[in-house]
Write a protein that binds this ligand. Structure first.
Ligand code: ADP
Ligand code: MG
Length: 445
């Protein structure tokens, strides 16, 4: 598990296979790797022609996403479950495998679904804590923020809390199973913007951030072992799973019109991200231009701040220029130190928020339980109850008519003193009601 002392941003490189198009064009593999190192080669002589780049991990063409998950992502997920913030993001040129790595495809599960499954596995294995999981999904498209779970929430503003931390108000869904989280993610995915470019036919044109908020608190039995009591402090951690749009050269994509405009916005925000990474890697407390773009404002905590961060840089083995640019970005990112700490909140406001969320969760559980109750037994019970109600209504109606008729007024006044036994019988009927049997009319006895 990542800890407070282990705070440097972790960086891995993933080299994808040559794709069909590249093979058809007889493209050569320009990069060679060994262990956690990578260098450019002359494809004919296989000789090294560049510096050697060193990272935390370098994954070759045959590596599975699972290996990347275990090496890089799992420690971050584990630390999130201990109250730290975490961020995992994929960076690289268009078509290098960012979405494949983060989301996965039919043949291979991605980092996001693996993370979600792991979170719930750990949650189930800790009976001494109560967890609440909330998810939200946003995209940054042409420098505008949209809520992927609530399409009418578009062009959202970034706010800042009292500590200067940036946040966006998004629709959140509470999830109690990994399946629910994945379903929410898929629902959001459908709202994502894709375009057709020459490089990648399903190239994503926006940056997306899938946010998982994990709240937890310690629970224990009270002294009489009858009910749970909860610890006052609530741990809250935010996990950002980011799939960036890819950098691209307009010449190469032959983009025009809207695609050209999107490309410019994507390149601009990636340029600002590169700038921030560069400034942070130089350290020495210099001013960092987080405010230049929405992406860097939102990722502020993840870059040099209160979070554990891992970056997976995906590269295309046939590219040289773009790969060198990605490796320079990665080489700078690996120097950045974050300052993660456990987020434990005991203020009234946060606790109240925690309670509200737990009430919401309980409501969901109740709703689920309602649906699960065997419908036929429920129907029978309802019919029984309806009979009871109509019988009671009948008595009330009859009594009303009797009470309202002038000849009964004096009788109803007398009833105040002499009807005690009737009420006693009526009370008995209601006791019988609890067991769902039809009460007898007290007057019939
Ligand atoms: P990006 O998100 O970086 O633009 P994608 O993830 O969409 O790129 O990948 C582009 C194409 O390459 C997709 O068709 C995807 O299936 C394929 N691909 C990417 N990485 C791999 C990989 N590691 N193994 C197999 N296919 C891959
Ligand atoms: Mg993509």
């Amino acid at each position: 598990m990542a800890s407070e002392g282990d705070s440097r941003i972790k960086v891995a490189i993933r080299v994808r296979r040559l794709n069909i198009k590249e093979e058809a064009r007889n493209k050569s593999v320009q990069w060679k790797l060994s262990e956690n190192k990578l260098w450019q080669i002359d494809p004919r002589t296989k000789q090294k022609v560049s510096q050697v780049y060193t990272f935390d991990y370098v994954f070759g063409m045959s590596a599975q996403s699972k290996e990347i998950y275990e090496a890089l992502a799992e420690p971050i997920i584990e630390s999130c479950l201990q109250g730290f913030n975490g961020t995992i993001f994929a960076y690289g040129q268009t078509s290098s495998g960012k979405t494949y790595t983060m989301m996965g495809e039919k043949d291979e599960e991605g980092i996001i679904p693996m993370s979600v499954n792991h979170i719930f596995k750990v949650v189930e294995s800790i009976p001494t804590r109560e967890f609440l999981i909330r998810v939200a999904y946003m995209e940054i498209y042409n420098e505008q923020i949209h809520d992927l779970l609530e399409p009418k929430n578009s062009n959202l503003k970034i706010h800042e809390d009292s500590s200067g931390q940036a946040y966006v108000t998004l629709k959140e869904e509470i999830a109690d199973t990994p399946e629910k989280v994945i379903a929410v993610m898929k629902k959001g995915e459908k709202m994502r913007r894709f375009g057709v470019t020459d490089i990648n036919e399903r190239s994503s044109r926006s940056h997306t951030i899938f946010r998982i908020v994990i709240e937890s608190r310690k629970k224990q039995m009270n002294d009489s072992f009858e009910e749970f009591t909860w610890d006052d402090s609530v741990q809250i951690s935010v996990l950002n799973l980011v799939d960036l749009a890819g950098s691209e050269r307009v010449m190469q994509t032959k983009a025009t019109g809207d695609r050209f405009k999107e490309g410019c916005a994507i390149n601009k925000s990636l340029f600002y991200l590169g700038n921030v990474i560069s400034q942070l890697s130089e350290g020495s407390g210099q001013y960092v231009n987080f405010r230049d773009s929405k992406l860097t404002r939102i990722l502020r905590t993840s870059l040099g701040g209160n979070a554990h961060t891992a970056i997976i840089c995906t590269i295309t083995p046939a590219s040289v220029e773009e790969t060198i640019s990605t490796l320079s970005f990665a080489s700078r990112a690996i120097c950045i130190k974050n300052e993660p700490h456990v987020n434990e909140i005991i203020s009234n406001e946060s606790l109240m928020r925690g309670h509200a969320a737990i009430v919401k969760k309980l409501e969901m559980e109740l709703e689920k339980a309602r649906k699960e109750i065997d419908s036929s037994s429920m129907k029978r019970e309802l019919e029984q109850k309806e009979k009871i109600i109509s019988r009671l209504k009948g008595w009330i109606q009859r009594d009303k008519v009797q009470v309202n008729s002038p000849q009964n007024i004096s009788r109803s006044q007398r009833r105040k003193t002499w009807a005690a036994s009737d009420f006693k019988r009526m009370a008995n009927c209601f006791r019988v009601n609890d067991q769902s049997s039809i009460p007898e009319d007290p007057k019939e006895n």
